[in-house]
Structures are given as C-alpha cells and as structure tokens.
Design a protein around this ligand. Structure first.
Ligand SMILES: *[C@@H]1O[C@H](CO)[C@@H](O)[C@H](O)[C@H]1NC(C)=O
Ligand SMILES: *[C@@H]1O[C@H](CO)[C@@H](O)[C@H](O)[C@H]1NC(C)=O
Ligand SMILES: *[C@@H]1O[C@H](CO)[C@@H](O)[C@H](O)[C@H]1NC(C)=O
Ligand SMILES: *[C@@H]1O[C@H](CO)[C@@H](O)[C@H](O)[C@H]1NC(C)=O
Ligand SMILES: *[C@@H]1O[C@H](CO)[C@@H](O)[C@H](O)[C@H]1NC(C)=O
Ligand SMILES: *[C@@H]1O[C@H](CO)[C@@H](O)[C@H](O)[C@H]1NC(C)=O
Ligand SMILES: *[C@@H]1O[C@H](CO)[C@@H](O)[C@H](O)[C@H]1NC(C)=O
Ligand SMILES: *[C@@H]1O[C@H](CO)[C@@H](O)[C@H](O)[C@H]1NC(C)=O
Length: 408
C-alpha cells in the first residue's frame, strides 16, 4: 500500500471514471471470463516532444494529455481504451501479438491489492486485500483452476501487505494495529503453520513493514524489507518512533541491520532483487509533485537501485525512474533486468536502462478509481494483475521470471 495513495487517487478519479464507462459500461460482475486485448503503440518520441499546444496534468495520466494536434489526440484517445500501451518493440515482444487479459474475479471488496507472491511449487499466487477498518485478508489464486482460496493460518495474519516466497516459505508483512505490533510472518504453504519472524528493533516496534525480498549468497540467505508508517497511516497503529529504513535480517548471524536510511529513501515502499541477486530495488513514495504548494516536497516518487556489496550493504544508489502519475508502489524485476512497477498509470515496465517500454493501462483494468493498482505478480510467463476489485491474469509471450531465484 502506498503511503500517499489515498490522497493521490482523488486527482485521477474523474478521468478514470469517464474512460471506464466507455470501456465497460456499467460495473457488473462478469458472468463469463471477460477479456480485453487492445494494443496501442505510441511513438516514444512523444514521451519527450509533443506538437505545440499541449497540456499535461500531473494528476492525470500521460494518455490524458490534452493536445490541439488531431493525429496525436486520436492516438491518445485510442490508448485510453487500450489495456496495452506500448512505447517500444520490446514491450510488444513481452505481450505477444494477441494478448488476452482474463478476468478471474470481480468483487465489491478491495480484495486484490498487495503482495503478488508467486509460489511455483504450488502453482499459486498469494495476494492481500486493502486494509479496511484495521483488517485485511490474504487470498491464494490457484493458477491451475483459477479458484481463489483463503489460507487457514495457525495464527491470524493481521493487516497483511507485501510479501515474498523463498526456500519453501511464504513471507507476508503485517501492518499491525494498536494492539498487534507490525511484523513479518513466515507461512508454510502446505500446512499454513505461521510464525512471526521480526517485529521489533531492540524492543521498539517497526512502523509498518511494507514489502520484503530474499537473496541467497553461498549457503546463506538474507531477507531485506522496507519499513514505513503504514501502521499509523492505515491500521490504527502507533505513531512511528523508528526512522523509516530498509533493513536486512540475517537468520544465520541472527541480526537485524539497517541498510538504507531515510536520508536516502524517505518512504521506502516496494522492494525487489534482480535474478542474480546482486541488486536491490526500492521505490520511494513521498507525495512529491507540486500540487498546489510552490514549495518542493522532499524526495521523489521514484525507483532506485543499489548494488548489494560483499558485506550485504546497499551501495551505489542510482535513480532509474520517476512515476509520471502518483507513486511507484509494488516492484518486481524480471529475469531480463526489466523493472515492473505499480503506478497510477497502471503496471509500468522499464528497460534496465530506465526507458518506459510499456504500460498495462489502469484506466481499463480497474473497476473503480478509488485505489490505484499497487501490485501484481510475475508468475513464470503469467502476469497476475491485482486491480483492487478485479483480479486479471495474462499469459505473456515470454517466461519473464524463472523459479530458480525462489529456491535454495
Ligand atoms: C488536473 O486534473 C485534476 C483531476 O482530474 C483536476 O481536478 C484539475 O482541475 C486538473 N488541473 C488542471 C489545471 O486542469
Ligand atoms: C488549443 O488552441 C487554442 C486556440 O489557439 C488555445 O486557446 C488552447 O489553449 C490550445 N490548447 C492547448 C492544450 O494548448
Ligand atoms: C474500445 O475498445 C472496444 C473493444 O475493442 C471497442 O469495441 C470500442 O469501440 C472502443 N471504443 C473506443 C472509444 O475506441
Ligand atoms: C475479508 O474477508 C471477509 C470475509 O470473507 C470479508 O467480509 C471482507 O470484506 C474482506 N475484506 C477485504 C478488505 O477484502
Ligand atoms: C468500517 O467501520 C465503519 C464504522 O464502524 C462502518 O460504518 C463501515 O461499514 C465499516 N466498513 C467495512 C467495510 O466494514
Ligand atoms: C482452521 O484450522 C483450525 C486448526 O488449526 C481448525 O480447527 C479449523 O477448523 C480450520 N478452519 C477451516 C475453515 O478449515
Ligand atoms: C556450502 O555447504 C557445503 C556443504 O556443507 C560446503 O561443502 C560448501 O563449502 C559450502 N559453501 C560455501 C560457499 O560456504
Ligand atoms: C531452506 O529451507 C530448509 C527447510 O526448511 C532449511 O532447513 C534451510 O535452513 C533453509 N536454508 C536457508 C539458507 O534459508
């Protein structure tokens, strides 16, 4: 869950609502699998050079840019109705010639918002709902049958958020509540036996572990997670005491060590590692655009990468992207080093060098603009879109993530 999503959705509400009416008419539960397959390619030159006479609103999306050039206006209008907006041939190769999104479920609850954890051994994707009234749910999509299950965990997963699968265990962050400390849970996907892995730093509560990733080095494994004021912001939890940080948990050494300070990332949110586990990616999610105030906010709604050095610290910070709209929330890095993020525009895919190569367009995927797409799963050659009240799957033309990185 993005720290500032609640403020941000308001700005995009009108534009998204109009487009959804065009695409879907009324918001009714599907009787059969609904598919959407429109691709629009936008020349990438348009991402930095527009014909004279244009207005782009930072509270809306790129495809909502207003222009007096009729050809460009026609292209953007078609893109508003397309689930696949491409800026590069490479994106077309990922989605293939006739991509077809399949609507697995649609509910009135915000049931599919966060995590997006591929569990290859079980052919499942685990995900979490939005937190409503200090509660939320973990659900499991069976990729084989398209059924959605609820895990009967041995202890409750309180206000779940992000997660990861590694070495036979599902890890889910919990924002906590006024009475339950924010923590990270470890769940056996076969028995649902659940334990708390971390919940404090020398007796002080975390602010709200948001998202988590694991790496292996030699015979050892290490967990990295982001901590930000989720608990206070969304779950009735305590005011933050610890400075926000990215932390490393070392089960061998039995230690917990900060590796990125809030001076470097103000509100660390999504976290990911690359396939060879040499790089760490973190999204920073301050509400940083100048919406009303001429005083620049600190920090950027941006994606950063670090090298993970020999001592398991995060070094060589690089910025590699700024969200065009809203914040970059959930993040996954595929086997080719491409960076996928949940942003207000939808799921944005960037090349390793930072070029936006395509977007899975939120304007066609969400049922309601209340909450943007925060996260998704890359499950082998399948993209699972957590579109809040809708759950979609899409068979890609490439195997984007192989299972090796999740096994020890
Ligand atoms: C930008 O978009 C928002 C949301 O649609 C709208 O409220 C605002 O008036 C727009 N700003 C301008 C300058 O058009
Ligand atoms: C389009 O042209 C009209 C007339 O010249 C101008 O008033 C308007 O501001 C232009 N629109 C944009 C988005 O630049
Ligand atoms: C949007 O796409 C659908 C499905 O391809 C098509 O039927 C409809 O005419 C399109 N609407 C617009 C405004 O382009
Ligand atoms: C969680 O599950 C319960 C029981 O199915 C349901 O009533 C509630 O609305 C769900 N919450 C969310 C946020 O999806
Ligand atoms: C949340 O709590 C409020 C106040 O008790 C209640 O009106 C509302 O129906 C609750 N919402 C859900 C989804 O349970
Ligand atoms: C959940 O597990 C408990 C024991 O851990 C059992 O008593 C209960 O019946 C289970 N509930 C469901 C719905 O399977
Ligand atoms: C990993 O463990 C194996 C078996 O215990 C051992 O032979 C090997 O040297 C270890 N590798 C490293 C890098 O420590
Ligand atoms: C991997 O999981 C096995 C089985 O639970 C466990 O014994 C082992 O310690 C784990 N290894 C690492 C490095 O996490």
């Amino acid at each position: 869950m993005g720290f500032s999503t609640r403020q941000l959705w308001k700005f995009t509400a009108l534009a998204i609502f109009i487009s959804l009416r065009v695409t879907f008419g009324t918001d009714t539960a599907p009787t059969a699998a609904q598919t959407t397959s429109v691709i629009v390619s936008i020349p990438s030159t348009l991402t930095y050079s527009f014909p004279a006479g244009f207005f782009g609103n930072v509270s809306e999306n790129f495809i909502d840019t207003v222009t007096n050039d009729s050809t460009t206006a026609g292209l953007l209008s078609a893109a508003k109705n397309a689930s696949f907006v491409s800026y590069d041939q490479e994106f077309l190769q990922i989605i293939g010639k006739s991509p077809s999104l399949k609507l697995i479920a649609q509910r009135t609850d915000p049931f599919a918002v966060e995590a997006g954890i591929w569990v290859p051994e079980k052919n499942q994707v685990w995900f979490s709902s939005s937190t409503v009234n200090n509660s939320g749910n973990v659900s499991i999509l069976d990729l084989g049958t398209s059924e959605i299950l609820t895990p009967n965990t041995s202890i409750p997963i309180v206000t779940p958020n992000g997660g990861y699968y590694f070495n036979g265990t599902v890890y889910i962050t919990g924002q906590g509540t006024a009475t339950v400390a924010p923590c990270i849970y470890a769940i056996d996907p076969n028995t649902y036996e659940t334990t708390v892995v971390v919940n404090s730093y020398f007796g002080i509560r975390f602010n709200g572990p948001n998202d988590v990733s694991w790496i292996k080095r030699g015979n050892n494994s290490y967990m990295f997670f982001t901590d930000d004021p989720l608990s206070y912001e969304y779950s009735g939890g305590e005011l933050p005491v610890l400075p926000n940080a990215v932390w490393r948990y070392d089960p061998q050494e039995q230690s917990i060590v900060p590796i990125v300070s809030r001076a470097d990332i103000i509100i660390p949110n999504g976290i990911a590692v690359n396939a060879d586990m040499t790089k760490l990616y973190v999204t920073d999610t301050p509400p940083a655009y100048y919406t009303g105030s001429p005083i620049p906010a600190t920090g950027s709604p941006a994606i950063y990468s670090f090298d993970i050095d020999e001592d398991l610290f995060a070094v060589k910070k690089r910025i590699l992207g700024i969200a065009r709209s809203g914040i970059p929330d959930g993040i996954k890095v595929d086997d080719a080093g491409r960076i996928w993020t949940g942003e207000s525009e939808g799921i944005v895919v960037r090349s390793p060098s930072g070029k936006v190569i395509g977007v899975f367009n939120a304007e066609t995927l969400l049922a309601s603009p209340d909450v943007p797409i925060a996260n998704f799963a890359l499950a082998g050659d399948t993209l699972v879109v957590l579109a809040v009240q809708r759950l979609w799957t899409l068979k890609l033309a490439q195997m984007v993530v192989s299972r090796e990185r999740y096994q020890f």
